[in-house]
Design a protein around this ligand. Structure first.
Ligand SMILES: C[S@@+](CC[C@H](N)C(=O)[O-])C[C@H]1O[C@@H](n2cnc3c(N)ncnc32)[C@H](O)[C@@H]1O
Length: 236
């Protein structure tokens, strides 16, 4: 096995937010693979990475459906690791690109786990990226945490008790993947008198980018998957 495997965070959407190292690695690998949730859905990570790939670079798109079926997902990850392994065996360097950072709620972690089992000898390098929550806060020039404050980053819980716990124990809370539970989350914020201490941000750095403090105006509406709420008990 001669090829190396890289995980490259391409940042949240603005192509200028890729790191110099990510840029350099993408320009040097022979294969770039990118996740997408359905065969007919564009991979945003790839649309960013595509600007930086070298001539003749092979693009390998891997479909990972948004599913909670553990066995089906395991099969997909193994299949994907097998495909990547075949290129590494040919001596090709492969980069797996991920939106934001590869270590934050990314398929990359599962792939690395499978690759380590199938090809323990492979050299792996993870190149961090700007996580979306950092970009959402920066876009408003809002600090995420100051002094002794704590910061929690959690997937928006469907269960109000879990959300209460996070909001009571942390001064600042990033609620990722909020699209599905938005109305319930806003209700909890209202119950805790925190509704005017939060802001909503969607598609930061991407086409259709949108942010607002008026959480009520979005109730009952469908949200883009790339959306989050940031709650700052000390005020937004
Ligand atoms: C599977 S997680 C991926 C997180 C990513 N690896 C990161 O470092 O930001 C997907 C969630 O990240 C958030 N997200 C990703 N990109 C975003 C963007 N451009 N604007 C707002 N939220 C985004 C949303 O909460 C979305 O539901």
């Amino acid at each position: 096995m001669k090829g190396r495997f890289f995980g490259v965070g391409v940042g949240p959407g603005d192509p200028e937010l890729i790191t110099l190292k990510g840029h350099r690695v993408l320009g040097g690998v022979q294969v770039v693979c990118s996740p997408r949730s359905a065969a007919d859905r564009e991979s945003i990570a790839l649309s960013i990475a595509g600007r930086f790939t070298g001539e003749g670079c092979e693009i390998m798109e891997l479909v990972f459906p948004m599913s909670r079926d553990g066995e089906a997902l395991e099969r997909r990850w193994l299949e994907a690791a097998g495909k990547i392994g075949s290129r590494l065996e040919q001596g090709k360097d492969v980069a797996f690109v991920t939106l934001g950072d590869p270590g934050l709620y990314s398929t990359y972690a599962y792939l690395v786990e499978k690759l380590r089992v199938l090809h323990p000898e492979v050299e792996i390098e993870t190149i961090p990226g700007v996580a979306a929550f950092l970009a959402c806060a920066a876009a408003r020039n809002t600090p995420l945490a100051q002094g002794q404050e704590k910061l929690a980053v959690v997937p928006a819980p469907g269960n109000p008790a879990d959300l209460h716990l996070a909001l009571q124990n942390f001064e600042n809370v990033v609620l990722m993947k909020v699209a599905r539970n938005y109305d319930q989350v806003v209700q909890v914020l209202e119950d805790l008198h925190l509704k005017d201490k939060a802001f909503f941000a969607s598609r930061c750095g991407l086409e259709g980018s949108f942010a607002t403090d008026d959480l009520d105006s979005l109730l009952g509406q469908e949200k883009d998957y790339f959306s989050m709420l940031i709650v700052k008990r000390g005020g937004r």
